[in-house]
Design a protein around this ligand. Structure first.
Ligand code: URA
Length: 298
């Protein structure tokens, strides 16, 4: 009898995990269809101290850490993005049509005159349905004045909990990859092409990517990195708008043109999460990183 109950519970828990319910957000369920809408107190995104990542297999060669590029923007005064405020919406998301949601994203992004305004615009945006299930809006980490920017796909569970990109297992590998070319979170700038965690870590849909893209492109306009490293096929496709897969695109230089004609050098490479699953591919990722290191020194 006892064994039967515990096996039923395990089956139930396994089912919840399979459908993406892998977070407990409150002690009791909230009926979001009831009126008036209960206001959910936003959980704080605790800022955990970052442990230095192990040095292998992406052990940093003895290269001096390049200084971040000097800029005249207010953002350059910061060496790291401050803790983001939690972003669980207190009001229900507006039911916008796809066109309305896209137009809202485009106009909010265009109006952002600096990184702080852009981050605030993304946090205020309610057009992307992913926001309803996420704990936090995850925008960026690192130094927005850096000449090296990294774009990943979307926050995972740990990133969603902490409100920062790449702080889970794949983030630790990304730290080691950056260390391999003498960089760190303080001398690079990290963001994603989607700002809310897709439930169960599923791949973001084309529409979710489309709605986040105006903010991503605006970030590139504001940061103006010399080199953009894009991790993983989903993010590469979103930025380069190419049909080939990551296996074909990685290791090759592309350019992304800004509105004033500045050309950002773009290097697609494997996503750290893929490298954790397929460590044999680290050899190629290493080559991509070496190319980035050389380009940064040009
Ligand atoms: N994977 C990503 O692409 N981005 C993150 O922030 C974390 C995991």
């Amino acid at each position: 009898m006892h064994a039967a109950v515990s096996s039923d519970l395990s089956t139930l828990l396994a089912w919840h995990l399979a459908v993406g319910c892998d977070e407990t957000l409150a002690d009791a369920p909230i009926n979001r269809l009831a009126t008036p809408q209960p206001v959910v107190p936003a959980p704080e995104a605790p800022q955990m101290p970052r442990a230095p990542g192990p040095t292998r297999p992406f052990a940093a060669p003895p290269v001096a850490e390049p200084a971040a590029r000097a800029t005249t923007t207010a953002a350059s005064a910061r060496t790291a993005t401050p803790s983001p405020p939690p972003s669980r919406p207190a009001t229900p998301l507006q039911p916008l049509s796809r066109n309305e949601a896209l137009a809202a994203a485009e106009s909010l992004a265009a109006a952002a005159v600096d990184i702080a305004a852009l981050d605030a615009a993304i946090r205020s945006y309610t057009g992307c349905g992913l926001k309803a299930t996420a704990i936090n809006t995850v925008v960026s980490d690192g130094n927005p004045a850096s000449d090296l920017m990294v774009l990943g796909e979307a926050p995972g569970a740990e990133e969603d909990r902490r409100g920062l990109p790449f702080v889970g297992a794949s983030g630790k590998l990304l730290d080691r990859m950056l260390a391999a070319i003498g960089r760190s979170r303080e001398t690079a700038y990290i963001s994603n092409v989607v700002f809310w965690r897709p439930p169960g870590n599923r791949t973001p849909t084309a529409q979710e990517l489309e709605l986040c893209l105006p903010f991503v492109l605006r970030r590139l306009e504001l940061v103006r990195p010399k080199v953009l490293m894009i991790a993983g096929g989903v993010a590469v496709k979103a930025i380069l708008q190419r049909s080939e897969g990551i296996m074909k695109l990685r290791g090759r230089w592309f350019t992304h043109s800004l509105s004033d004609g500045l050309q950002i050098q773009v290097m697609p490479t494997y996503h750290p999460a893929f490298l954790l699953r397929s460590p044999i591919q680290k050899r190629d990722a290493w080559r991509d990183l070496m190319q980035i290191q050389v380009k940064m020194q040009d």
